[in-house]
Design a protein around this ligand. Structure first.
Ligand code: FE2
Length: 415
C-alpha cells in the first residue's frame, strides 16, 4: 500500500497532463480548406456542396456543429447531411437550400473555438450560364518593395469588376519576394474582386510558400462551373516542371479520351494489388487548365510537356492558360506559335502577359511590352474569343491580351 501512493500520484499527473493537452487541442482553431478564395465553389441553389475543414485532432464531434453561408447581415444555414473524416480533415456533405438567393457568400463553420470563416468562398447563380466570359490574370507580383504594383492592381480590380466575369483565373506569381505582408496585401486585394478567383501558384510563390498556402490554399485543385471543369496545377515546386506524380494527378482530374485503363494504370494496379488503381474516369465535359509555366516556347516546363500537351489535347481540353513569360503568345497542340488567326481547331495553349510584374517584349525590340489581362468568351461548350482587338478595326488580334486601361501603367487613377 505504501508503494501505491507514488504510483497513483504519477498516474494522476499523467492523466492531468493528457487532459490539459486535449483541452489545449480542443481550443485550437480549425480552418476551412475548401471552398475558399483561390478554390471557390460555384453552384446553383439546391446543389450539393462539399466542405472540408482541417481539425487539430481527428475527431470532428466537438468541432463541427453547423455550416452557414453569410452575406452582410443575411445568414443561410446549410443542410449538413453527413460528416466524415479524411485524415485530420472533416468532410461535410451539405446541400445549399433552394431558397438562398444568388450572390457571393462567405462560409462559416461552427468548428473549434469561435469557428472558422472564409470570405468569397461560395458563389451562387440561379442557373450557371452556357454563354459567359472570364478573365485570365497572371504574374501579379505584389511587392513590399514597390507599392505601385498594388496601387495599379486596385485599378485593375475595378476593370475586372466592370467586366462582370463568371470567374477569374490567376495563374501564379501572386507575390514577388514571398513576404508574409505581401500575401496579406494580395489576399485583401483579391477579395475586392466580385467574382470567384481560382488560383494556382508560380515560382515566386515558392519564396513564401507558407504565405501562399495560408492565403490561397491547396496548390492544385479541380472545380466545376456548370458543365465546365477547371483544373489548376502547381508547376513551380522548385524545379519548374511537371513531375510524374503531377501528370498522374492531371490524368485523374481531367477528362480524357484515353480512358481510365491506361498502361500506367495497369502497372499500378498489378504492382500493389490494385490499391493505386485509378478512380472512375472523370465525366466527359469541356475543360480549362491553368499552369503557371507554359507548355511551349521560351521558359516552358522541361519534362513531360509534350506528353502533357498530348494528353490534354487528346482529352478535349479547350485551352491551357499560363503566364511566367510576362508576354502574350498562343500555341496549338503541336507547339506551333499561332499568329495567323484569332481562332483555330483544337486545344489552345494561351500565355498571357503579366498583370503586375514587369512586362517583356514578345517579339523583340521592346515596343510591344505591356501589362494586361485576357478576357475569354465562352459559348455552348467552346471558347469563341480569347484575344483583344488591338487597333480597333473590328478584327481580333490573333494573340494579344487586353492592355490595362490608359493611365494604369503610370500609376493609380484619381490618387
Ligand atoms: Fe514565374
Amino acid at each position: 500500500m505504501v508503494r501505491m501512493v507514488p504510483v497513483c500520484r504519477t498516474a494522476t499527473a499523467v492523466l492531468a497532463a493528457a487532459a490539459c493537452a486535449l483541452l489545449a487541442l480542443l481550443g485550437q482553431p480549425c480552418s476551412i480548406e475548401f471552398p475558399r478564395c483561390g478554390s471557390p465553389a460555384m453552384l446553383a441553389p439546391g446543389d450539393p456542396l462539399t466542405v472540408e475543414v482541417r481539425l487539430p485532432v481527428p475527431w470532428p464531434g466537438p468541432f463541427v456543429r453547423a455550416a452557414r453561408l453569410t452575406a452582410g447581415e443575411s445568414v443561410h444555414p446549410l443542410a449538413v447531411r453527413g460528416v466524415s473524416l479524411r485524415g485530420s480533415r472533416a468532410v461535410l456533405d451539405c446541400t445549399v437550400p433552394a431558397e438562398v438567393p444568388p450572390g457571393a457568400y462567405g462560409l462559416r463553420v461552427g468548428a473549434g473555438r469561435g469557428g472558422a470563416f472564409r470570405p468569397n468562398a461560395v458563389f451562387l447563380a440561379r442557373q450557371l450560364p452556357e454563354r459567359f466570359r472570364f478573365v485570365h490574370i497572371t504574374d501579379l507580383g505584389i511587392s513590399a518593395a514597390d507599392p505601385s504594383v498594388a496601387a495599379r492592381f486596385r485599378n485593375t480590380v475595378d476593370e475586372i469588376n466592370d467586366l462582370k466575369p463568371a470567374f477569374v483565373l490567376l495563374s501564379g506569381d501572386t507575390c514577388d519576394m514571398g513576404r508574409w505582408s505581401e500575401y496579406a496585401a494580395m489576399y485583401v486585394l483579391l477579395l475586392g474582386i466580385r467574382a470567384p478567383v481560382i488560383c494556382c501558384p508560380g515560382n515566386h510563390d515558392r519564396k513564401g510558400w507558407a504565405g501562399y498556402l495560408t492565403a490561397m490554399g491547396r496548390p492544385y485543385h479541380a472545380t466545376d462551373f456548370g458543365r465546365w471543369r477547371i483544373v489548376s496545377l502547381d508547376t513551380a515546386h522548385g524545379r519548374d516542371q511537371l513531375t510524374a506524380s503531377q501528370f498522374r494527378w492531371l490524368q485523374r482530374h481531367c477528362p480524357s479520351s484515353a480512358g481510365g485503363n491506361s498502361p500506367d494504370n495497369s502497372l499500378a494496379a498489378a504492382g500493389d494489388g490494385g490499391r493505386n488503381a485509378w478512380p472512375p474516369e472523370p465525366p466527359s465535359r469541356p475543360c480549362l487548365v491553368q499552369l503557371h509555366h507554359p507548355l511551349f516556347g521560351r521558359e516552358s516546363v522541361a519534362a513531360r510537356r509534350l506528353k502533357t500537351a498530348g494528353f490534354l489535347a487528346g482529352g478535349g481540353t479547350a485551352a491551357v492558360f499560363s503566364g511566367h513569360r510576362h508576354a502574350d503568345a498562343v500555341y496549338d497542340r503541336e507547339g506551333r506559335r499561332r499568329e495567323d488567326a484569332a481562332d483555330f481547331a483544337g486545344t489552345k495553349f494561351v500565355v498571357t502577359t503579366a498583370v503586375g510584374q514587369s512586362p517583356r517584349s514578345a517579339y523583340g525590340g521592346g515596343k510591344d511590352a505591356r501589362r494586361g489581362y485576357r478576357v475569354v468568351y465562352v459559348a455552348d461548350g467552346r471558347i469563341v474569343a480569347y484575344t483583344h482587338d488591338d487597333d480597333g478595326d473590328g478584327i481580333p488580334d490573333p494573340v494579344r491580351s487586353t492592355p490595362l486601361r490608359a493611365g494604369d501603367e503610370d500609376g493609380p487613377r484619381g490618387e
